[in-house]
Design a protein around this ligand. Sequence first.
Ligand code: NDP
Length: 245
Amino acid sequence: MENMRRVLVTGAGRGIGKAIAQQLGKDGFEVTLHYRNSADGVNEAINNIKQNQGKAYALSFDVCDRENSRRILEEDIEKNGPYYGVVCNAGITADAAFPMMSSEDWDSVIDTNLTGFFNVVHPCIMPMIAAHKGGRVIAISSVSGIIGNRGQVNYSASKAGLIGAVKALAVEVGKRGITVNAIAPGLIETDMALLDETVKKEILKLIPLKRMGQVQEVASLASYLMSDNAAYITRQVISIDGGMQ
Ligand code: NDP
C-alpha cells in the first residue's frame, strides 16, 4: 500500500469525474477526489473505493481560485507526496447564442475549464517531474472543442484551449516520461447533458451509435490512459462520442 501511485481527479463528486475516480480506485491508485460543492458524492465514492480495499480521500477548492488551489495542492503534496496522475475534469457550460452571451458567461467558462487547468496542473507538475517516476496528465476536453458547437462559443473556446495546452505540455514533459492527453467526450449522460426530448432526438441523429455515452465508458478510457499500457500515447486527443458527425 505504501508505494501506491497517487492520482488527483477534479470534479470527482458527480458525473464523469466521479466515475473516473472510482475506476482509478479499482485500478489500484490512491485517489484524491476533488470537489467544490458535491461533498456527498465524494464521500459515497470514497466509501466505494475503501470497500474494495482502495485508498482515497477528499480535497475541496474552487478551481477558479488560483491562490487557494495552489495553497491547498502544495500543502497536500508536501504532506502526502507528488501526484503520478492528474485528471482535469471539473467543467461548466453557460450556453447562449454569441450576441446574447454575457461577459460573465464567457469569463466563468474560460476560468473554470481552461484557467482551471493551469490552476490545478501547475502546482502538481514540478513535484511530478522531480519524482522521476514518469506521470500522466489527462484533460477532459470535448467534441465541442474540436468541431465548435452552436451556442457554445465560450465552451468550445475553453475546450479547444485545453487541447492546445495538452499538446504543448506533452512536448515539454515528454522527456520525463510524462504523457499528456485530452479526452474529447461527445454527449455523455450526466447533469451537464440534461436535454429536452426534442433536442435529444435531433442530436441522436448525428450519432451513428444512436445513444448517449455512459460515464463508465469515459472512465474506462481514462483508466487506460492512466495505465502503464498507455505509456507510448502522448499529445493525443481521443474522442469518445459514438462517432458523432
Ligand atoms: P457535471 O455537471 O455532472 O459535473 C461538473 C463537475 O465539475 C462537478 O464535479 C463540479 O464540482 C465540477 N466543477 C464545476 N465548476 C467547478 C469549480 N469552479 N471548481 C471546482 N469544481 C468545479 O459534468 P460532467 O460530469 O458531465 O462533465 C465533466 C467534464 O466532462 C467537464 O469538463 C465537461 O465539460 C466534460 N464533458 C462533458 C460532456 C457531457 O456530455 N456530459 C461532454 C463533453 C465533455 P461540484 O459538483 O463539487 O461543484
